[in-house]
Design a binder for this molecule. Structure first.
Ligand SMILES: [Zn+2]
Length: 293
């Protein structure tokens, strides 16, 4: 996660992520001067590289009342949904900006209602997850990833600036993470992803996957006629939660490859140790798995 729509995000972070086929969530403030000066980068560049935008409020300045909260939070959500094409209703990640006392004048109840109204999901806490602030070395940050792998769970790191290097660089972004820490961190993450230990994604995809998986129910309707007929459902709202889950099925020992059909989607899966691995969307119709050939 990268906060505050800083220069180093489009100058260093996004290009280095893109080079490695990795993505991140960028929490933007479309009302801040440094965003507006380089709005074209955010409007035409980063999301096209696969980067995902999170809502960090319009100006990062907080608000005095509920009306101000609507402008700050709702306004940022509207801009993200205008910049990035997609379904009218879709989830966005929300990251509350750090503010001095008295600048977040809204009750917990009103805040929760505001998040719901704009289909926003509050991200997990900054506590113990801040680069530079809590963690300084590549090893410490990779330890977060290794903890997620060990727990088969989720971990994240919140970064502000990344060091900018060049003859014309005269100042650094807030809490700039040194490149000789940042680049080996990306390499270490990429290596874990290449070994299929880690899924590197944005906050909303992780949230969708976990929400769907936690309430998923799967049943094999029949295994007659040489095919598996599977039903997969979950309790999440199908409008906002449509991310495919990964399924593993055991198939007869004579199968070498399987054809998986759900609705109009068809994929092939190679059998390894009598198992196939494939994607399916909960509540999107019956899944049929049959052998190829
Ligand atoms: Zn911030």
């Amino acid at each position: 996660m990268f906060d505050d729509s800083l220069l180093s995000h489009w100058q260093v972070a996004a290009p280095e992520l893109f080079k490695r086929s990795m993505i991140a969530t960028f929490y933007i403030n479309p009302g801040k001067a440094e965003y507006q000066k380089f709005a074209a980068r955010w409007e035409d560049e980063l999301w096209k590289q696969g980067m995902v935008y999170g809502n960090h409020t319009m100006t990062h300045q907080g608000f005095a009342d509920l009306e101000g909260a609507e402008r700050e939070i709702g306004g940022c959500a509207d801009i993200i949904r205008r910049i990035v094409p997609g379904p009218e209703r879709r989830l966005l990640s929300f990251g509350k900006p750090g503010l001095p006392p008295g600048r977040w004048n809204i009750s917990a109840q009103d805040f929760a209602a505001l998040l719901r109204r704009h289909d926003l999901i509050d991200r997990p806490t900054f506590d113990k997850h801040g680069a530079v602030y809590h963690w300084q070395t590549t090893e410490q940050m990779l330890a977060l990833a290794d903890r997620a792998i060990a727990a088969q769970g989720m971990e994240y790191l919140i970064i502000h600036g990344v060091e900018r290097i060049g003859p014309n660089v005269t100042w650094q972004d807030f809490w700039a993470l040194k490149q000789d820490v940042f680049l080996p961190l990306l390499d270490g993450l990429q290596q874990r992803q290449a070994q299929h230990q880690l899924w590197i994604t944005d906050h909303i995809s992780q949230h969708q996957y976990q929400t769907e998986r936690d309430s998923a129910e799967l049943s094999v309707r029949s295994a007659a006629d040489g095919a598996l007929h599977i039903e997969l459902t979950c309790r999440a709202d199908p409008v906002l939660y449509r991310l495919p889950l990964t399924l593993l099925s055991t198939v007869p020992s004579t199968w070498r490859e399987a054809l998986v059909t759900q609705g109009e989607r068809q994929t092939r899966a190679v059998v390894v140790d009598r198992m196939i691995r494939y994607d399916a969307i909960p509540g999107d119709g019956p899944i049929v798995v049959r052998p190829v050939g």
